[in-house]
Design a protein around this ligand. Structure first.
Ligand SMILES: [Zn+2]
Length: 115
């Protein structure tokens, strides 16, 4: 599973530096649109979704129907982050590297999370 970006690799400091503060108790995770692969960052403490890696002020709410900003398809139901997330939502290091979120996580050396 090490080809996927684990939550523990997400760089919270970098997110805050770019204006990603939310409610002060952020739990970040990455997921992608299973249809088109567009990558999102989520603060699952409050179900806020950051839509654009280049502009963290663009946010959505997962409590309502969520439509992908890229392909306009509705996000399928079911957990998209956390240990119960379906594989179709998981983001690989390769996908992260070529997305606007490439800065948002760092491989942890020595834990098998290298790209
Ligand atoms: Zn999509």
């Amino acid at each position: 599973m090490s080809r996927y970006v684990p939550e523990t690799a997400i760089d919270h400091d970098a997110i805050f530096r770019r204006g990603g503060e939310n409610c002060g108790d952020e739990d970040f995770a990455l997921f992608k649109c299973p249809t088109c692969g567009h990558i999102y960052l989520m603060d699952y403490e409050v179900d806020t979704v950051y839509l654009d890696g280049a502009d963290l002020s663009k946010r959505g709410d997962l409590n309502v129907s969520f439509f992908c900003v890229s392909c306009k398809k509705e996000m399928p139901p079911g957990p998209c982050v956390g240990t119960r997330a379906k594989e179709e939502f998981m983001v690989t290091w390769q996908e992260l590297k070529t997305s606007p979120w490439s800065w948002a996580a760092k491989p942890l050396s020595g834990f098998g999370d290298e790209a």
